[in-house]
Design a protein around this ligand. Structure first.
Ligand code: NAD
Length: 257
């Protein structure tokens, strides 16, 4: 087991489930002190218990990532308890309803943008000064293949994830000379508990979706986490402003012969 994160302090949002939980566990296994945030207190406790069972170090904070007060307070608290921040994963997100644009309610659009995009803006706004104080840092934002494609019915989600890529590039540009790297991951179809439960309920749709993926299967949260953790680690020390797709080939395009 490598220990690229020994003695490092990291922050993860959406840590109560799925990809965020896998990132948190992976980081703790590599020696990091992990600060976990989510709006789901039960999920947070479960993640912290999994980390604790392996003698890892985690703290939990229940918050809404779209709230400036709550996010700023969390980062301030990390600064005062751990004294620094080496890496941050702005990962919490929601899909929103699936509706054509003419039927898409504005308040739903605003909610998805607030949770998926405003949260990444706010996260970085408060993480960057703390990282600058320590003279280095690395941020990984969770986008999606919907940052590259136009999935019908998902206007707010795709707009939010395209926005995450834009924010990632801007903040990477602004901080490259300060030793802070900023990247994104773009997961494809990932078998988080929610996706797995939907697949069980609707196996026909799941089979269709999986057959459209060149790898012929969905990814695991651990496979997405591995890419995110690599991007945040010193192993990726010259990678910044990049969005790494982790999608089993979903966005290759073209056809197999
Ligand atoms: P998930 O639902 O398992 O986990 C998301 C977590 O974010 C949950 O614990 C939830 O409570 C938390 N969350 C949601 N809104 C929040 C808020 N306002 N404040 C605080 N926490 C909040 O889903 P996941 O698949 O692990 O998603 C993680 C990220 O990956 C999301 O940004 C999602 O858009 C992205 N993603 C997922 C897939 C996929 O197929 N699962 C594909 C591409 C991108």
């Amino acid at each position: 087991m490598s220990s690229l994160f020994a003695n490092k302090v990291v922050a993860v949002t959406g840590a109560g489930s799925g990809i965020g939980r896998a990132i948190s566990l992976g980081l703790a296994r590599q020696g990091a002190t992990v600060h976990l945030a989510d709006r789901n207190a039960e999920g947070l406790t479960e993640t912290a218990d999994l980390i604790g069972a392996e003698d890892g170090k985690a703290t939990i904070t229940e918050l809404d990532v779209s709230s400036e007060n709550e996010l700023a307070g969390w980062i301030e608290q990390i600064g005062s308890t751990s004294g620094r921040l080496d890496a941050a994963f702005n990962n919490a997100g929601i899909t929103g309803p699936a509706k054509r644009i003419e039927d898409y309610p504005l308040e739903e659009f605003r909610r998805v943008i607030a949770v998926n995009l405003q949260s990444v803006f706010l996260g970085m706004k408060y993480q960057i000064p703390l990282m600058k104080r320590g003279g280095a840092g690395s941020i990984v934002n969770t986008a999606s293949v919907a940052a590259l494609t136009g999935p019908g019915g998902m206007s707010a989600y795709a707009a939010s994830k395209h926005g995450v890529q834009g924010l990632t590039r801007v903040v990477a540009m602004e901080n490259a000379a300060h030793g802070i790297r900023v990247n994104a991951i773009a997961p494809g179809w990932t078998e988080t508990p929610m996706v797995a439960a939907n697949s069980k309920q609707n196996p026909g749709f799941a089979a269709l979706a999986q057959n459209a993926i060149p790898a012929k299967r969905g990814g695991t949260p651990e496979e997405i986490a591995a890419a995110a953790i690599w991007l945040a680690s010193d192993a990726a020390s010259y990678v910044t402003g990049h969005m790494l797709t982790v999608d089993g080939g979903m966005t290759i395009g073209g056809f197999e012969l």
